[in-house]
Design a protein around this ligand. Structure first.
Ligand code: PLP
Length: 362
C-alpha cells in the first residue's frame, strides 16, 4: 500500500452514515410537519427533540438547548460564564478547538496532566486550597480527545465534591461516552452533581457530524441567559436537521446505529492497539481505551514536532500537530491516533510508517 494515510482527523467512518434511513426521516418530517420545521422556531431547539433529551436526562425541558453542535454550545457557555482574565481549568492534553474558544474569551488557562485514570486531582485540590478561584473546569471524562483516557469513578466523585465545595462549574463534554466497545461505564459527572455540571454532547459521532445537532443540559440558573444568547445569535437553529434526528430516535433507529458503530469500530481499536504493540513498544507509551475514537501516543524520546510532521509526510503519513492539544504549549512527542475512519489495514500500515519515522528521528 503506497497511498497517503491520513492519521489526522477524528471523524466518523463515511460508511457508518445511515443515509437511507435519514432520507426516510427527512421525507416523513417534511410531509408531516413541514410548516413548523421550515418556519423560524424556538431558540431552545425543535420541541420534540428537546423533550426527548430532557426526558432521557430526567430534567425539565427548559434546561436543554439543542444547537448546531457542541462547539457552538461551548462558545455560548463561555460567553455566559467568563470574563477576560478568569481562571479556567482544563486537562492536559485536551480538545484543541475548545482551547481556541477559551483563549478567544481571554481565559487564563491552568492545565492538569492526565494520568491513567484522569486529571491529577491532587494537584487540582492543592491549587484550590492555595486560593485559586477557577470559574469552570472543562473536562472530557469519557474516551478523551485526544488521549482516549477515561476518568475513574473515584476521580469523578472527588472533582464533583471539589466543584461544590469551592464553587466552580464543571463543563462535562461527552461526545464519545456512548461509544464504549467493552467494559463498564462509570457514572457521568452530571449524574454525580446534576446542579453543578453543565453536560453537553451531540449526534455528530453517533449519526453524522454534517447534521450539526448537539445539546447541552444546563443548571436552571444559567438556562435563560443562554437561551437569550442563542436567540440573539441565530434566532433558531436548523430545525429540519433536529427534526430528522428526532424522527430517527423515535423510530428506534439510534440503538441499532450505535450497535453498528461499535461493530465497525471495535476491530479498528484492536488493530491500532495491536499495531502499537508490534511496532512501537520500544518507542513510546499509550493507554488502552475501551472505546471512543482516539489513542494518544507519547514518544519516549522527545522529538521535534516540526521534524516529525515533515518526515511523516515524506513517508506518506499525515499527522496532527500534537502541540495544539497542550494549553501549556508543550506537546512535543505527543501523537494523536484517530482510528475510526481508517480500515484495520490502513491502521497497520500507518503505525508501521510512524514507527519507521520515529526510529530515524530518535
Ligand atoms: C471533545 C469534543 N468536543 C466537541 C467536539 C465538537 O463536536 P460537535 O460536532 O458536536 O460540534 C468534538 C469533535 O470532534 C470533540 O472531540
Amino acid at each position: 500500500m503506497s497511498s497517503i494515510i491520513q492519521l489526522t482527523r477524528g471523524v466518523p467512518a463515511i460508511e457508518s452514515f445511515p443515509s437511507a434511513r435519514l432520507a426516510e426521516c427527512a421525507q416523513a418530517v417534511l410531509a408531516q410537519a413541514g410548516g413548523v420545521i421550515l418556519q423560524y422556531g424556538k431558540s431552545g431547539g425543535y420541541p420534540p427533540l428537546r423533550a426527548l433529551i430532557a426526558s432521557d436526562a430526567d430534567v425539565d425541558e427548559g434546561r436543554v438547548i439543542v444547537a448546531p453542535g457542541t462547539l457552538q454550545l461551548q462558545d455560548f457557555c463561555f460567553h455566559a460564564l467568563l470574563e477576560a482574565g478568569d481562571v479556567v481549568y482544563v486537562e492536559e492534553p485536551t480538545y484543541d478547538r475548545t482551547l481556541t474558544l477559551l483563549r478567544r474569551r481571554g481565559a487564563r488557562l491552568v492545565s492538569f496532566p492526565l494520568e491513567d485514570d484522569g486529571p491529577d486531582v491532587d494537584d487540582v485540590e492543592a491549587r484550590l486550597r492555595g486560593g485559586e478561584k477557577p470559574v469552570l473546569f472543562y473536562i472530557i471524562p469519557d474516551f478523551q480527545n485526544p488521549s482516549g483516557t477515561v476518568a475513574s469513578t473515584e476521580k469523578r466523585r472527588r472533582l464533583a465534591a471539589l466543584a461544590e465545595r469551592y464553587g466552580f462549574w464543571i463543563v462535562e463534554d461527552v461526545p464519545y461516552r456512548k461509544l464504549r466497545y467493552r467494559g463498564e461505564e462509570p457514572p457521568a459527572l452530571f449524574d454525580l452533581a446534576p446542579n453543578g455540571v453543565i453536560q453537553m454532547s451531540s449526534y455528530s459521532k453517533q449519526i453524522g457530524p454534517g447534521l450539526r445537532v448537539g445539546y447541552v443540559i444546563l443548571p436552571e440558573s444559567l438556562a435563560p441567559k443562554l437561551l437569550k444568547y442563542a436567540e440573539d445569535t441565530y434566532i433558531s437553529a436548523n430545525h429540519l436537521d433536529q427534526a430528522i434526528v428526532s424522527e430517527f430516535i423515535q423510530r428506534g433507529w439510534l440503538a441499532p446505529q450505535l450497535a453498528a458503530l461499535k461493530a465497525l469500530y471495535a476491530p479498528r481499536l484492536e488493530a491500532v492497539l495491536a499495531a502499537l504493540e508490534a511496532d512501537m513498544s520500544e518507542l513510546g507509551k499509550w493507554r488502552k481505551p475501551d472505546g471512543g475514537f482516539f489513542v494518544g501516543l507519547t514518544l519516549d524520546k522527545p522529538v521535534s514536532t516540526d521534524a516529525l510532521l515533515a518526515r511523516a509526510k515524506e513517508a506518506g503519513l499525515i499527522l496532527t500537530d500534537g502541540r495544539g492539544f497542550f494549553a501549556s504549549g508543550s506537546g512535543d512527542g505527543f501523537v494523536r491516533l484517530p482510528f475510526c475512519a481508517l480500515t484495520p489495514e490502513e491502521i497497520r500500515e500507518g503505525i508501521s510508517r510512524l514507527a519507521g519515522v520515529v526510529r530515524v528521528l530518535s
